[in-house]
Design a protein around this ligand. Structure first.
Ligand SMILES: CC(C)(COP(=O)(O)OP(=O)(O)OC[C@H]1O[C@@H](n2cnc3c(N)ncnc32)[C@H](O)[C@@H]1OP(=O)(O)O)[C@@H](O)C(=O)NCCC(=O)NCCS
Length: 202
């Protein structure tokens, strides 16, 4: 698939040197499975012990449920093959956490997507989703599922755009009602987004 993405401008590069998230960018090349786009954006697999990085990215991205560090550590430990990190010139800029649903292995469930504010609007979210479903580990995946709150217009736009670019249908159903959440943790309802068909690598 050939895509034209917005390019990283010089002032974006200056911001990159300011970011705190550099400690994981010196990974051995063999761990990274890097696919570097001409504008310096790479999408690589998350690695087993990167949960702390994902937690930091989620915290700094804002706009999503910040779960415990342990939750991100477990995602990386158990599902690192279906989680990806985007880097811009070697600096972590975002992540996607996902897993194949055990009793429905043709479904890839996307748990969270986050892109740091300074890197938004550069198709990094979309590139991560595309990079993920094209990975050999997603062989046989036919549907992508995720949940999106009605107020999260950026997330809705991201998944709509991803579906459209792949010529797939986006079906919206009810996911979790407000009452499904604990009384002392009131939360907006979550809609279930299903994108199909996904033509993963075969
Ligand atoms: C949602 C999020 C990951 C999008 O990341 P991003 O890298 O800026 O998204 P992209 O640049 O790939 O944009 C993909 C599409 O969505 C659109 N889009 C992105 N943000 C948008 C916004 N705030 N309003 C309207 N459209 C938006 C883009 O225009 C693009 O559409 P196009 O392909 O038709 O041009 C990012 O805004 C974010 O991290 N938000 C906070 C965390 C969050 O809410 N995560 C989702 C729930 S887990």
């Amino acid at each position: 698939m050939t895509n034209t993405y917005p390019t990283i401008k010089n002032n974006d590069r200056n911001q990159i040197s300011d970011t705190k998230l550099t400690k994981f960018s010196a990974l051995a090349l063999s761990d990274r499975e890097v696919m570097l786009d001409p504008d310096g954006v790479a999408v690589r697999n998350a690695i087993v012990d990167e949960g702390a990085l994902l937690w930091e990215l989620a915290r700094d991205a804002g706009g999503l449920d910040l779960n415990s560090p342990y939750a991100y550590m477990t995602q990386c430990r158990n599902f690192h093959e279906t989680c990806v990190v985007a880097e811009v010139f070697g600096t972590p800029a975002g992540f996607v956490t996902a897993h194949r649903v055990p009793n429905r292995p043709n479904v890839l469930f996307v748990w969270q997507v986050a892109v740091l504010p300074e890197f938004r609007g550069l198709s990094i979210g979309k590139r991560m989703l595309e990079g993920l479903v094209e990975r050999p580990v997603c062989k046989g995946v036919r549907k992508l599922e995720t949940t999106v709150t009605p107020s999260n217009k950026a997330s809705e736009a991201l998944f709509s755009s991803f579906a459209k670019a792949r010529g797939a249908e986006l079906i919206i159903a009810s996911g979790y009602a407000k009452d499904d959440f604990p009384d002392d943790e009131p939360q907006e309802r979550e809609r279930l987004f299903t994108i199909q068909p996904i033509h993963s690598v075969d």
